[in-house]
Design a protein around this ligand. Structure first.
Ligand SMILES: *[C@@H]1O[C@H](CO)[C@@H](O)[C@H](O)[C@H]1NC(C)=O
Length: 475
C-alpha cells in the first residue's frame, strides 16, 4: 500500500511540475511579445501618476552613457518642451523683486505690475566672481520663468503652473545666497543687516500664505546653497525641502539627506572642451590649491602638505582661487591627472566641480561630504575616496595614487567626460544639465514628500482655519 501511495504522489508531483513549467514558458513568451521583459531587464521601477510617469532609476541618458561611451549627444535632444510630460509641476510665488532680480539691480517698469523681468527680451546678469559658485537660485528661477515659452527648446523636467492646487511643489524664488554675499560683505557696515532683514521678511511672508498653511510648508522648496545663507530663517522654515550644497552647518532635524536635495556648485574653472589630454599629456600627478588654514576640519590640509611637499610631481599650493587666479588654476587642473578635494570649513566646495569640469580625477578626502544626485550616480566610477584617518598615514595617499594604473585612470577620465554635463548650468537649460538634474532630484523626493504631507494632514481637517498656527513651527 505505501508503495502505491508513493508512486501516485510521484506522478501527481510530475504533473504539477510540468504544469508549472508550461505556465512559466508561456509567461516568458507573453512578456517578450509585449516588450515587458525589456523593462524588467533594466530593473526599472515606474510610478504612474495621472498623465505622468517617472521612474526611480537613473535617467535614460545616464544608463545610455554607461552602455556607450560618449553617448550624451546633444543632437538627439532638440525636442520641444512638452509641459504635459514634465515630472514636476511647480507653483512659484510672485515675491517682490527685492527678494530676487531686485538684487541684480533690476527694477520693474513704472507702469508694469509684474514682479518679473521680461527675460525673453533681456536677462539681468548675476554678479560674477565667487558669487557665481552659488548661482543655483538664478538658473532655477530663469528655467521656471521660461518654462511656458512657446519656443522653449529641449525637454523640460519642471514646468510652472499658475494654480497652486495643480502643483507638486511650491517654489520660493528668494536669492538667499546672493543676499548673504551681497549684504554681509558690504564695505560699509549698515546698522541693520539687510540679509537678516530679508530672511525675517520671507518667514513672515511665507507663513501668511494659504499655500504654506495648507501643508505646513512641507511641499515648499527653498534654496540656501551658500552654507551661511538663511542662517536665521532655516530654523523656522525646517519643514520645507531645502536645496543645499551640504549639511555641514545644519542640525539633522532641520536638514537631512532624506528630505533635502544636495546640488552642485557652479564650477569656477573653465570646462575642458574637446579634451584629448590623456594620461601622458597631464604631467602633474596630483593637484591641490586652497586656503591653508580653515577652521573645523581644515587641519588635514596642513597634515597633507607636510606628507606631500617633497613629491616632485605633486602641486600643492595655498591661497584661494581669486578671479585673476582662475586662468592659472585652469591650466593647473587641465594638466593634472588627479585633483585633491579636501574638506575645508565645510564638507563641500566648488573644487570638486572644478575637477569634474577639468576631467581631473577627483580625490575626495571629506568623510562628511554629500554628493549631488548620488541616488542615481555612482561616484566611485570617476572619483577616488580616501578616509581622513587613512589620508594622514605616512605614504598612504601617495602610494594609493601611484598605484592607480593608466587603464584605471583612463576609464575614470572617460567617465568624467560622459557625466560632466550633469554639472553645467545653462540658460536655456539643456537635456540633463545641472538645472534638469536638480529638478529631477526634487521629483524623486515626491513620494516621500507626499507621505509626510498626508501623515501631517490626518488631523489637519479639524484644525485648519481654526488653529492653523498650531502646525506652524514658529510660535
Ligand atoms: C570642439 O570640437 C568641435 C568638433 O570638432 C568643434 O566644432 C569645436 O569648435 C571645438 N571646440 C573648441 C573649443 O575647440
Amino acid at each position: 500500500m505505501p508503495d502505491r501511495n508513493l508512486s501516485c504522489r510521484k506522478s501527481l508531483f510530475f504533473l504539477f511540475a510540468m504544469a508549472t513549467l508550461l505556465i512559466l514558458v508561456s509567461w516568458v513568451l507573453l512578456l517578450d511579445s509585449t516588450g515587458a521583459s525589456r523593462l524588467i531587464d533594466n530593473h526599472r521601477l515606474s510610478i504612474s501618476t495621472p498623465n505622468r510617469v517617472f521612474s526611480i532609476s537613473e535617467p535614460a541618458s545616464v544608463a545610455a552613457a554607461r552602455r556607450r561611451p560618449n553617448a550624451l549627444s546633444r543632437e538627439s535632444d532638440v525636442k520641444k518642451c512638452d509641459p504635459n510630460s514634465a515630472m514636476l509641476k511647480v507653483f512659484m510665488y510672485d515675491l517682490p523683486p527685492e527678494f530676487h532680480f531686485g538684487m541684480l539691480d533690476w527694477q520693474p517698469e513704472p507702469n508694469s505690475n509684474s514682479v518679473w523681468p521680461d527675460i525673453a527680451k533681456k536677462i539681468p546678469g548675476y554678479p560674477g566672481g565667487l558669487n557665481l559658485q552659488h548661482s543655483i537660485e538664478y538658473w532655477l528661477t530663469l528655467d521656471l520663468l521660461s518654462s511656458r515659452f512657446p519656443d522653449r527648446p529641449g525637454p523640460c523636467s519642471a514646468v510652472r503652473v499658475m494654480d497652486a492646487k495643480e502643483a507638486d511643489i511650491v517654489f520660493v524664488p528668494f536669492f538667499s545666497s546672493l543676499s548673504y554675499n551681497k549684504f554681509t560683505k558690504e564695505k560699509v557696515k549698515t546698522k541693520v543687516n539687510r540679509d537678516k532683514e530679508l530672511q525675517d521678511k520671507i518667514v513672515k511672508y511665507l507663513t501668511e500664505q494659504k499655500e504654506w498653511k495648507r501643508s505646513g510648508g512641507r511641499d515648499h522648496v527653498i534654496m540656501a546653497h551658500h552654507p551661511n545663507s538663511m542662517l536665521n530663517a532655516r530654523m523656522k522654515l525646517w519643514p520645507c525641502m531645502f536645496i543645499l550644497s551640504d549639511f555641514g552647518r545644519y542640525p539633522p532635524n532641520v536638514a537631512n539627506v532624506q528630505k533635502d536635495v544636495i546640488v552642485p556648485y557652479r564650477h569656477m574653472i573653465r570646462t575642458f572642451v574637446n579634451d584629448s589630454a590623456g594620461f601622458d599629456d597631464r604631467p602633474t600627478l596630483l593637484y591641490f590649491q586652497g586656503a591653508i588654514y580653515r577652521k573645523d576640519g581644515g587641519f588635514i590640509r596642513q597634515e597633507l602638505f607636510y606628507l606631500l611637499k617633497d613629491e616632485k610631481d605633486v602641486h600643492f599650493s595655498f591661497g584661494s582661487i581669486r578671479q585673476n587666479g582662475i586662468s592659472e588654476a585652469t591650466r593647473g587642473m587641465h594638466s593634472s591627472k588627479f585633483c585633491l578635494n579636501i574638506a575645508g570649513d565645510t564638507p563641500s566646495s566648488n573644487r570638486l566641480f572644478d575637477a569634474i569640469a577639468s576631467h581631473c580625477v577627483p580625490v575626495i578626502i571629506s568623510d562628511e561630504i554629500e554628493l549631488p544626485y548620488e541616488d542615481i550616480l555612482d561616484y566611485s566610477k570617476f572619483c577616488v575616496f580616501v578616509r581622513f584617518g587613512d589620508a594622514v598615514k605616512k605614504d598612504y595617499l601617495i602610494n594609493l595614487i601611484r598605484g592607480i594604473s593608466r587603464e584605471q585612470w583612463t576609464q575614470m577620465w572617460e567617465r568624467l567626460k560622459e557625466i560632466e554635463g550633469f554639472f553645467e548650468f545653462n540658460y536655456p537649460s539643456q537635456k540633463d544639465d545641472a538645472v534638469q538634474m536638480i529638478w529631477q532630484a526634487v521629483a524623486r523626493k515626491l513620494p516621500f514628500l507626499r507621505l509626510k504631507l498626508h501623515r501631517w494632514k490626518r488631523f489637519a481637517r479639524f484644525e485648519v482655519g481654526l488653529k492653523a498656527s498650531r502646525f506652524s513651527p514658529y510660535n
